[in-house]
Write a protein that binds this ligand. Structure first.
Ligand code: FAD
Length: 405
């Protein structure tokens, strides 16, 4: 039997909408091009599934920047506490980590997903794997299945939950952009978000330090300072503290071709304490030997040589050396690609949706999740917005279907 609601995309957004619509008594089928659902959700849980954040809701909303007032009604209606309660209802209570981030007790997504899929099955949600959505044909949704056959579906309403374009091998490759544009829907181009940055490291840095963590580390860009961790890569630098600044860094690189950051390699130590430490007699030691004796790591010392001209270092006073370690200028020459970005910026523009999350150009077709034009840093803000917009869209779909028939 034809579904009343077709949901395309079995990520956290599509599955959450499916749960709500099935609970409301609607016949729902979830289509996905992959063989199994929620591949990105599972990867997201690999290093600890950061579901949401415990900070006050007003602060929480500011993380969405310009999109905050757009997403606010959906997040108010399904806030972080509701998400935590939902997790608990699946047998996975959550806890707040030291940074205020919220995780399931098991840390991973796998148990949560298993319990969730069982619930969806018991609610009668149908799942159609290996169905790749191609657009519309004769007014019907057009999929190609695993055998290359065309499948046409005519639901009463459709939810597009196709995700962004990061980690494309997990299923979300942004291929839907062309389908949307052909249907007259405006899409802001999909760009990497929460991604690594490129640095033109010397051969020495690349071969000796690729894969080495830098922690604790504080990074300042355009007067905004963030503290956390990073890791040097052969291409540049990545990790939480870089992701936290990635939207501003991307804009700077798009405008000027490169961006400057200042690295504080000892955020835990004041400038005056560091100056005091570096004021010990150097004796006849080389600068490198002296810094090693002062407790600086080989990576910190190499970064100093990499970022500050040798002539400036040769006669640097203790105060100047301390200043370098607290504000090492590093040039970022580009941004790393979508293949390894945590998320993508861009997507279906706000102007293209009405307040019910329905596409103005395509009555009966709704959209939610990461495929919409908002971005947020890591910290649980991505999944929270996907879940909240899913539920908001599901409520609208429920009304839409009931009003039609
Ligand atoms: C390494 C990594 C770690 C992350 N960690 C976190 C974290 O800890 N906390 C957090 O908040 N966020 C995290 N994220 C981001 C989070 O996983 C995403 O924001 C979220 O999965 C987006 O949900 P979605 O349902 O909108 O889209 P997706 O999860 O991308 O799902 C979209 C689905 O649509 C399907 N699809 C796409 N095109 C088609 C088509 N043409 N036909 C059929 N099916 C199609 C895809 O196969 C996919 O299953 C992480 C992401 C990555 C890559």
């Amino acid at each position: 039997m034809e579904p009343q609601v077709a949901i395309i995309g079995a990520g956290p957004c599509g599955l959450m909408a499916a749960e709500h619509l099935a609970k409301a008594g609607l016949r729902v089928t979830v289509y996905d091009r992959m063989a199994s659902p929620a591949r990105k959700f599972l990867i997201a849980g690999r290093g600890g599934l950061n579901l949401t954040h415990s900070e006050p809701l007003q602060t929480f909303l500011t993380r969405y920047g310009e999109a905050a007032d757009w997403l606010a009604p959906a997040i108010h209606a399904f806030p972080p506490d509701a998400l935590r309660a939902w997790c608990a209802s699946l047998g996975e209570p959550t806890f707040v980590g030291s940074s205020g981030r919220v995780f399931p007790q098991q840390m991973k997504a796998v148990q949560l997903l298993r319990a969730w899929l069982k619930r969806l099955e018991s609610l009668g949600v149908q799942y159609a794997p290996r169905h790749s959505w191609q657009g519309w044909q004769q007014g019907a949704l057009h999929f190609t299945n695993v055998h290359g056959q065309d499948v046409l579906v005519r639901p009463h309403a459709t939810l597009l939950a196709l995700g962004g374009a990061s980690w494309p091998r997990l299923g979300s490759d942004g291929g839907w952009v062309l389908i949307m544009q052909a249907a007259g829907v405006q899409v802001a181009s999909l760009r990497p978000a929460n991604m690594g940055m490129q640095v033109e490291w010397s051969e020495h840095m690349r071969t000796r330090f690729a894969g080495t963590p830098l922690k604790p580390l504080a990074v300042t860009h355009a007067g905004v300072r963030r503290q956390g961790e990073a890791i040097l890569t052969a291409q540049g630098i990545e990790g939480g503290v870089i992701y936290a600044l990635s939207a501003a860094l991307r804009r700077a690189i798009e405008t000027s071709g490169s961006a400057e950051v200042l690295l504080d390699l000892r955020p835990d130590m004041s400038l005056s304490d560091m100056t005091k430490k570096l004021s010990r007699p150097r004796g006849n030691r080389s600068l490198g030997g002296f810094l090693r004796a002062c407790g600086y790591s080989p990576l910190a010392i190499s970064l100093l040589y990499e970022c500050v001209p040798a002539a400036q270092l040769a006669h640097a006073t203790p105060a100047e050396l301390a200043q370098h370690f607290k504000a090492l200028p590093l040039t970022l020459s580009g941004i790393c690609g979508l293949e390894r970005a945590i998320s993508s910026a861009g997507g279906i523009m706000r102007s293209e949706l009405n307040e019910q999350w329905m596409l103005r150009a395509l009555p009966g077709t709704f959209a939610a999740g990461e495929m919409l034009d908002w971005e947020a840093p890591t910290g649980g803000y991505l999944l929270q917005a996907c879940f909240s917009t899913a539920i908001a869209a599901a409520h609208s779909i429920q009304d839409y279907v009931h009003n039609q028939y």
